[in-house]
Design a protein around this ligand. Structure first.
Ligand SMILES: Cc1ncc(COP(=O)(O)O)c(C=O)c1O
Length: 371
């Protein structure tokens, strides 16, 4: 039997394929997940679980919804707690998109956007980022004007895979354009609190239009909890809540209690996360100077370095990354995994342990010098 037609254009994420097939001694600069410990408040909350372990309400535990609402300056009915922010994306796309609809996604961008949009039956329309890989309102609006069937759009800042951000002016212009056309604007801000000095702006700083996605997975260092959320107008959220309820009932209740403990301890947990990525960034910058002879400037946020591939590697970036993985034993993800515009780049995740970062850069450098 064949899988359903909706899966025909969808392949497993190359990020996972490359990482899961890696030799045991390969340096993992592929996956985008924190490698520092789950912070103490979450461990304590999980250890304190007692009594029945119920499902909890579909929209999330009221105390967590209230805390997320406070975090975003929203009201409780503007918060939907989901199974990771990916649960929010899935539910929103299934709720609002169908055959004949178009959805704008960044190129390069997180591979789940086009995959989930296609699963919902929609057509994917990539929009370009600026030359510095920031949100470019002019390019976004141009794309919107050329696609009158667009029903939703996703922006992501700081960006996976580039680390690029979005200025408040660009966010305002994008929100205005979407509001004028009644388009569902989803602002994926899961990396917002992993920055290198200045906290990047949120779509919510640009006004009340659109939805913001957040997550425990990056700044709060708890991807395994699978707790994320969408914040904004309940009229957008209610149909998504129905999808999420039938798909998974609710995010795990013990994990939501751990998420609440993390959110309440944000004053300690987030600066600690930033110290961890600063350490890793410094390890990368030092190693880059040593083995590539170049100095690097930090991204707007997240833990990704978006680097140019050697010319010869651009013939077949996936083959190059497989060779790098199996010969040099270092895992990078080809930029082509993030869209057509990523073809000449690769993503290096510096979420890895600092000592592994130096060793990874040492191993990969000869492949750049050869070309
Ligand atoms: C840009 C972006 N959005 C969303 C997610 C999904 O995060 P989660 O489902 O763990 O909240 C990721 C994960 O890597 C991501 O990079």
């Amino acid at each position: 039997m064949e899988p359903s037609a909706r899966l025909q254009s969808i392949r497993p994420s190359p990020i996972r394929v490359l990482s899961e097939g890696a030799p045991a001694d390969a340096i993992p600069l592929g996956l985008g997940e924190p490698t520092w410990d789950l912070p103490e408040p979450a461990r304590r909350a999980l250890a304190q679980e007692s009594g029945p372990c119920g499902y909890g309400p579909n929209a999330g535990l009221p105390e967590l919804r209230r805390a997320v609402a406070r975090w975003h300056g929203a009201t409780t009915d503007e918060v939907l707690i989901t199974s990771g922010s990916e649960g929010a994306l899935f539910s929103l796309f299934m709720a609002w998109l169908g055959a004949g609809d178009e959805v704008l996604v960044p190129d390069p961008g997180f591979p789940a956007y086009p995959a989930l949009a296609r699963m919902a039956g929609a057509e994917v329309v990539p929009f370009a980022l600026s030359e510095q890989f920031q949100l470019d309102a002019e390019a976004f609006i141009g794309c919107l004007e050329a696609h009158p069937r667009a029903k939703a759009a996703v922006i992501n800042h700081p960006s996976n895979p580039t680390g690029g951000g979005a200025s408040l002016e660009e966010l305002r212009a994008v929100a205005r354009a979407c509001q004028q056309r009644g388009i569902l604007l989803i602002s994926d801000e899961v990396y917002r609190d992993l920055h290198f000095g200045t906290r990047p702006p949120s779509l919510r700083d640009a006004g009340s239009y659109g939805l913001v996605l957040g997550s425990m997975s990056k700044g709060w260092a708890a991807p395994g909890l699978r707790v994320g959320w969408a914040v904004g107008d309940p009229r957008w959220l209610t149909p998504a809540r129905t999808v999420h309820a039938f798909a998974v009932t609710a995010a795990s209740a013990p994990c939501q209690r751990a998420a609440l403990a993390l959110l309440e301890a944000s004053g300690d947990v987030l600066p600690q996360g930033r110290r961890e990525i600063k350490l890793r960034w410094e390890a990368l910058a030092l190693a880059w100077q040593e083995f590539f002879g170049e100095s690097l400037t930090p991204p707007a946020g997240a833990f990704y370095h978006w680097l140019s591939l050697p010319e010869e590697a651009q013939q077949d970036p996936m083959a190059f990354c497989v060779k790098l993985r199996d010969e040099a034993k270092v895992v990078l993800v080809p930029g082509s995994a993030f869209g057509v515009a990523g073809h000449s780049h690769a993503r290096l995740s510096f979420a890895a342990q600092p000592e592994k970062i130096r060793e990874g850069v040492r191993r990969m450098a000869p492949y750049w010098r050869r070309s």
